[in-house]
Structures are given as structure tokens and as C-alpha cells.
Design a protein around this ligand. Structure first.
Ligand code: CMC
Length: 429
């Protein structure tokens, strides 16, 4: 076994540099030693979409994309989805270990007792247009929470960090359900402390005139599993946003709003919404070959397929697919499922997708379930944001505790004009 270092020869100068290799990475700052002369700034690496740049050290989530492995704190996602609950997984992600019964009871109690929102927030929410996208409402309303808890700005006060963590995990379902009820023109439903985390969420979403809402246990469990699967996914776009915004030390409400904004896009959490639109547009199994052709010609993407990290079946997609069948036992089969299954079968056998290692990701089947649960497509990304708040908070807390953490500030390659003199208006051509 040779040395854990890299020898780099700069062909401009003929000089050789030794750069240490640690954990399969080289410290980017060591490249700065590579200069043509003393006035040279030194080499940088260029990686605009972070294809090959580790931005942090983390102990939270492990992904092996080639083998389709996902673990939270070392526990395989399959075991957690089968045996755990979302709030237990939330505890695991935030605190590093599975809770004891006492710890879990306390945690569930705390979350349950922070689900209410200030009445002014309800009035704030009323200000949105009737057709406002629930993600826009969610992002803005979470940011507005910042104004209700000014002490949250003190991110060095760990008691406060704990309190804001509980508030965020507890209030996201409430704000999300309110956003839905607003769009539907329905009265807001306040939290019911007798219900579980997912049970209370469906209560706030769907309760009508009944005195007590009784969630269907199969659907409640299905939702809990979906929440577990979406809780964290290491340094994806929204989580990196959380860390980046968090690195300037604002309160976590505005940082979560920024992360949720990153999630909103169709390349990220917005994909589940795009999948259902795509399946609806395809309309019939017989139209699939034509659709696949348009994808292969680069005219469009097969939404819910492909992943930056997974070059194998996304393990979450497998569990979502199984969960879909359980949900359909209760809700009746979503006809879009047949189109999705056939699309998957064709794509997994097609050279275009095989050679690019494009497999279904978590969003391919989740939207079909949400639709079967009666949710409008605009709510799908909201359903992703609720559990992902736990991951954002876990990663944000980890970042805050990292010794010597600094503000995130990438470099650029400047390609603009060189220095030139201001041109008065009269002289501009
Ligand atoms: N349909 C068709 N072709 C695709 C797809 C797709 N869904 N995804 C990637 N490709 C092709 C792409 O055209 C490129 O081909 P070529 O080498 O010929 O130019 C190659 O595969 C590599 O694609 P890329 O865009 O360089 O890959 P990326 O790592 O930058 O993008 C992605 C990852 C998830 C944004 C992309 O696969 C995609 O747009 N998928 C559809 C949207 C989607 O389902 N997003 C949800 C991601 S999972 C949930 C989450 O974490 O948010």
C-alpha cells in the first residue's frame, strides 16, 4: 500500500506538489499552493453542479448509489420503513440514536404539543389568492414563522435550537394542511392531540362535519412510511441550501423556507407533481412507445427517473411501489398505475435508459399514491417538504456544531469584460 497522497506535477512550471488524500478526498485549499509565480492566486477546482465535491462531513445519512443502499444513522431504510414510525425516525436523524421508550414518549409529546400556530399566522395565510400554489404558501408562511419567534435568531443557544426544532417539525403539517384548506376554500382544522403525526395531518386535511376524525389505519401507516422515506437524503439540492443559508447564521425558519424553495423545482421535489402530469398526459398504455421516443430524442425527460447519486434502483422507489399496492386496497386502483408500471418495464429494458443507468426514483410512484389519497397535484411537493424538514434540521444542527464552521462561499471563474471606463449616455452606441 502506497502513501495516502497525490503527487501533482504542474506542467507550466515543472514543479511537483504532494497533496494529502483523506477519506477519498483531497482538500481543495491545497490546490492553492499550485501557482506559476508568487502573484498567482493558485489553482481552484471547478464543479458548478457539485458533481464531485464533498461539501461537508456528516454522520446522518449514507447512500451507496451504485448498489442502491440508503441508511439513516447506519440503519437500512427498508428496516426503518417496516418497523419504525416517522417520529421515531425523526428522533434518530436529529439525535443520532433510536430513542428509548421514555425518550420517544417525551419526543412525541413535545411534537404533539407544538402543532398549533399563532392565530395571526392563520390570518397571514388568508391573504394568499385562492389559487396560490401550496408550496408558495408553505415557503412564505414558514419564513413568516421567523417573525413570531425572534429568539430563534440566537442559533448559539442550544435550548432555543431544540425548541425551534420541535416547533418546525410540529408546525409543518399544520401549515401544509392550512395551505390546502385555503386552496379548497374550506375552514381550517386545528390539530387533534389524540392522533398520531400522520393521523393528525389527514385530520387537518380532510375533516369535514364529523365531530372526531378517524384516519384509516392503512392509509395512516402508508403516509407514515412515505414520511420515513422522505426524511433525509444527505447533501441534495435543498439540504445543501439549508446548510448554505444556515452557514450565514440566520434563524432556522428562513433557512427552512430557502430549503423548501430549492425543493419546489421539478428537478427535485417538484418531480412527483411532474410525474402525475406526465402520466395523465400519456393517458393510455398504447401511447407509451411514442412518449418514450420523444424522451430518447431529447425532447423531454421521463420524470421520476434518474438520479444524481443512484445509478441503480432507488431503494425508496421499491418501498413506495409496495406501499402503493396497499393503499389501492383501500382507495381503489389508480388507473395511472398501469401506465407507470408499463413505462417502468419498457424503460428498464431500453438501451437509452440502461446505458445511462436511469432507474425509477422515489418520485415515480409517490405521486400516484398521493393522488389516490385525494390530494391535488399541487400538494405533492408539500408532502415531501413536511418530512424533509427533519432532515434539513438534522443537517443544520450538525453544521452548527461543526468545529470552526464558516460561511459557505464558493468561488467563480470570471468570464466578463476586463476593466473599462464608464461611457457617458451620449457616447453610447
Ligand atoms: N429522462 C430522460 N433522460 C434522462 C433523465 C430522465 N429523467 N435523467 C437523466 N437523463 C439523461 C440525460 O439526458 C443525460 O443524457 P446524455 O448523457 O445523453 O446527455 C444523462 O441521462 C445524464 O443526465 P444528467 O441531467 O446529467 O443527470 P443529473 O445527475 O444532472 O440529473 C436528475 C439528475 C434527477 C435531475 C435527472 O435525472 C432528472 O432530471 N430526472 C427527472 C426529474 C426527477 O425525477 N427528479 C427527482 C429526483 S429524486 C427526488 C429528489 O431527490 O428530489
Amino acid at each position: 500500500m502506497g502513501k495516502d497522497s497525490l503527487s501533482v506535477t504542474d506542467n507550466r512550471t515543472g514543479k511537483t506538489y504532494e497533496i494529502p488524500i483523506q477519506d477519498g478526498t483531497i482538500p481543495a485549499m491545497d490546490l492553492r499552493r499550485i501557482k506559476v509565480d508568487d502573484d498567482d492566486f493558485g489553482l481552484m477546482s471547478y464543479d458548478s453542479a457539485y458533481l464531485n465535491t464533498a461539501s461537508c462531513r456528516s454522520t446522518i445519512t449514507y447512500i451507496d448509489g451504485d448498489h442502491g443502499i440508503l441508511e439513516y444513522r447506519g440503519y437500512p431504510i427498508e428496516q426503518l420503513a417496516e418497523q419504525s414510525t416517522f417520529l421515531e425516525v425523526a428522533y434518530l436523524l436529529l439525535y443520532g440514536e433510536l430513542p428509548t421508550q421514555d425518550q420517544l414518549d417525551r419526543w412525541v409529546y413535545d411534537i404533539t404539543h407544538h402543532t398549533m400556530v399563532h392565530e395571526n399566522l392563520r390570518i397571514f395565510l388568508d391573504g394568499f389568492r385562492y389559487d396560490a400554489h401550496p408550496m408558495g404558501i408553505l415557503i412564505s408562511t414558514v419564513a413568516a414563522l421567523s417573525t413570531f419567534y425572534p429568539e430563534a435568531r440566537n442559533v448559539n443557544d442550544w435550548d432555543s435550537v431544540e425548541l425551534q426544532t420541535q416547533r418546525l417539525v410540529a408546525k409543518m403539517p399544520t401549515i401544509s394542511a392550512f395551505a390546502y384548506r385555503h386552496a379548497m376554500g374550506l375552514p381550517y382544522i386545528y390539530p387533534d392531540n389524540d392522533l398520531s403525526y400522520p393521523g393528525n395531518f389527514v385530520n387537518m386535511m380532510f375533516k369535514m362535519t364529523e365531530l372526531k376524525y378517524k384516519p384509516n389505519p392503512i392509509l395512516e401507516r402508508a403516509l407514515d412510511i412515505l414520511f420515513i422515506l422522505h426524511a433525509d437524503h444527505e447533501q441534495n439540492c435543498s439540504t445543501s441550501t439549508m446548510r448554505m443559508v444556515g452557514s450565514s447564521l440566520p434563524d432556522p425558519y428562513v433557512a427552512v423556507a430557502a430549503a423548501a424553495a430549492a425543493l419546489y423545482g421539478p428537478r427535485h421535489g417538484g418531480a412527483n407533481e411532474a410525474v402525475v402530469r406526465m402520466l395523465t398526459e400519456i393517458g393510455d398504455v398504447k401511447n407509451i412507445p411514442e412518449f418514450i421516443d420523444s424522451v430518447k430524442q431529447g425532447q423531454r425527460r421521463l420524470m421520476g427517473f434518474g438520479h444524481r447519486v443512484y445509478k441503480n434502483y432507488d431503494p425508496r422507489a421499491r418501498i413506495v411501489k409496495e406501499t402503493a399496492h396497499e393503499v389501492f386496497e383501500v382507495t381503489g386502483r389508480n388507473p395511472l398505475l398501469d401506465i407507470a408500471l408499463e413505462l417502468e418495464t419498457i424503460a428498464l429494458d431500453d438501451e437509452y435508459f440502461v446505458s445511462r443507468k436511469l432507474y425509477p426514483n422515489v418520485d415515480f410512484y409517490s405521486g400516484i399514491i398521493y393522488q389516490a389519497l385525494g390530494l391535488p397535484t399541487t400538494m405533492f411537493t408539500v408532502m415531501f417538504a413536511i418530512p424533509r424538514t427533519v432532515g434539513w434540521m438534522a443537517q443544520w444542527r450538525e453544521m452548527l456544531r461543526e468545529p470552526g464552521n464558516r460561511i459557505a462561499r464558493p468561488r467563480q471563474i470570471y468570464e466578463g469584460a476586463t476593466t473599462r471606463d464608464y461611457v457617458p449616455m451620449a457616447d453610447r452606441g
